[in-house]
Write a protein that binds this ligand. Sequence first.
Ligand code: 8YV
Length: 330
Amino acid sequence: MARVVTRPTVVITRRLPDEVEAAVAERYDVRFNRTDVALTAEQMAQVLRTTDIVLCTVTDKLRAELFDARVQTKLLANFGVGVNHIDRDAARRAGVAITNTPDVLTDDTADIALALILMSMRRLGEGERHLRSGAWSGWRPTHLMGRSPHGKTLGIIGYGRIGRAVARQAASALGMHIVYYAPRDVVIDDPATAGPALAERVDSIETLLARADVVSLHCPSTPETRHLINAERLALMGPTSYLVNTARGDIVDEYALTAALREGVIAGAGLDVYEWEPTVVAELRDMERVVLLPHMGSGTIETRTAMGLRALANIDAFVAGERPPDLVEF
Ligand code: 8YV
């Protein structure tokens, strides 16, 4: 691992919890982005040419053309697990290491998947909008009836840490049966992070879609998983099924999903991530049968602080010439 100079310079591209900003500033020569507006490509190019380490986030689009011969940065310490916003091949060629922040956000992100299952099946957003609009005329037996998750089947695509946490919670809290699809055997170091004992692995995404009442996405965004959920696969789900996405927007073809919701191909969806964040297909915003959250998966003060401190631990190890604990392998 390459060593960097004694008091390295760090740019933190977005506002982080105070505790994290203070901890980084104690050890490094830090430049903050006080405006908290995402850097433009030109600003990012300038940062990469003048800074040893960049503590970046999902809103930093680190495309291949930014990693030119003038790059001074040696480490991108990403705040978050997903690194699909970074061109990893270009970073590797430019000698830039990448770290991420796994583990610390697992439970809070899984909670949001669970919340989206409940919100979409029980029509909670719709109910809240109804009341706030002043339209509620009082209780009646057939008003806003949803679907019960109990005894239904949850299909999980991608059975990593977050997928397994969702499986555990949905099985124990909502009484759901779990089926999952994972392209490779799942390696579990700590038994506490295993999925529920009765979870059943299926051999194809098609089988999962046909069997599940709710499908929740937990795979990374890669060229292979782009539009993994497309019109054909949505059609396999059926008119009483729901789709939940807390992973990355481009795993779903957002136009195909919009059409599937419009035409009743599936019953509903709960989304925390979007194909063109922060833009959301306009038609979705007008639809009752979709729950839309603004990428809040890991958004608790506890987790966002832990993510920042984990990014800092990676920086510290890198600067000490050690292998950072969360080095992203190429
Ligand atoms: C973060 C996430 O909030 O970890 C991830 O991949 O999507 C979220 O937890 C976001 O990526 C911050 O960079």
